[in-house]
Design a protein. Structure first.
Length: 353
């Protein structure tokens, strides 16, 4: 006979081993920092090999020094993607494990969490391959409307570095895009595996909202860092593409896993409110009855009215007000960074004329 295993106990060794592995691995912030520092060291060596490091350092504030500034922003953005991506993957797995190990939410431990833990069948590599050509074509020539590879302009050390760094950056971005939507799909399916929605304890579902907020932060904050590239430049088409892509992906990643929960919470509210209002209707006539036994039943009315108010006040979204405020602030910061970049660019032009 198959031995009985209480729900959740089989997950404990996995959780312990994963936590030990996380404790031994580098923190996500350190990973991102080391990547940026390593790329910066390579860039300095590269510039020194061609005798350009001293000149770039002496004239870094000049409006003409656009290429070094772009290189440094790409380095910073690459480190951010590595660090924030590692943090997001770790936190997503923690939230999924915490949700799936709660017996009040799930009857059985879902295999969906294993897909987050073991990404052997992930299509993230295909995302990297698909994004690399885009990274090559956004390196522009002297004309901001023409890709460098199609311009016929002579090769130089700056263009080689820009192409190579963009290959790395966009490979990471493409991978993260696929991982974002795969994780969205897993959390959406995890929501579908819920036994029921407890309207008296909506806090059990806030992890879905937190996961969406992390994804939105990754894309919108990354777009804000990338906006520094466009200070004092006229690459309007690139600005539009990057702005639309980051805000769209961040918003979709935030809302997609919450739509199903929103529908389920709204349905549960309607069913429960209809049930309690039927009970209120049945007890309404008892309030005016002179029969002591019937009048005693009317004492339930205050409790029914309080319960109706409690259910009616439950939010239909598994997110609380602070999380909504944070998401709105992310949008404001993301969009504002582009406006701020344009203003800074005009101010630099004015001051250095």
């Amino acid at each position: 006979m198959r031995a009985f295993r209480p729900h959740g106990l089989g997950l404990l060794p996995t959780l312990r081993s994963r936590r030990l592995a996380d404790a031994k691995s580098l923190p996500p912030v350190v990973r991102g920092f080391l990547v940026s520092v390593g790329l910066l060291a390579l860039y300095l060596i590269w510039e020194s090999a061609f005798g350009q490091l001293g000149y770039a350092a002496a004239h870094f504030t000049s409006p003409e020094m656009v290429v070094p500034r772009i290189a440094l922003v790409v380095i910073l953005l690459t480190g951010f993607i590595v660090g924030a991506g590692a943090y997001g993957r770790r936190a997503d797995l923690q939230d999924a494990e915490a949700l799936s190990s709660d017996p009040s939410l799930f009857e059985n431990h879902p295999a969906l969490v294993d897909r987050l833990r073991n990404r052997a069948h992930s299509r993230a590599r295909l995302g990297s391959l698909a994004a690399v050509p885009l990274g090559l074509f956004v390196v522009t020539s002297q004309s901001p409307w023409k890709p460098y590879l199609l311009s016929g302009e002579p090769w130089n050390h700056d263009s080689v570095w820009a192409l190579a760094s963009n290959v790395l950056l966009f490979a990471l971005l493409g991978r993260r895009v696929v991982e974002t939507f795969e994780t969205d799909t897993i959390f959406t399916q995890l929501e579908g595996a819920l036994r029921h929605v407890d309207l008296l304890h909506p806090e059990q579902l806030v992890r879905f909202g937190r996961r969406g907020l992390r994804a939105a932060f990754f894309w919108i904050a990354g777009g804000s860092i990338g906006s520094i590239i466009f200070v004092n430049q006229q690459f309007s088409w690139l600005i539009g593409i990057v702005l639309a892509a980051t805000v769209s992906v961040g918003t979709i990643a935030f809302l997609r896993p919450l739509r199903g929960l929103h529908r389920r919470i709204r349905h549960e509210k309607e069913v429960e409110l209809e049930r309690v209002r039927e009970a209120i209707h049945r007890n309404r006539e008892s309030l005016l009855s002179t029969d002591p036994e019937v009048a005693a039943a009317a004492m339930r009315m205050p409790g029914l009215l309080a319960y109706e108010h409690r259910i009616a006040s439950v939010s239909e979204w598994p997110i609380n007000t602070p999380e909504i405020v944070r998401f709105c602030l992310l949008l404001v910061v993301g969009l504002g960074s582009w406006l701020g970049g344009a203003l800074v660019g005009h101010a630099v032009d004015f001051l250095l004329r």
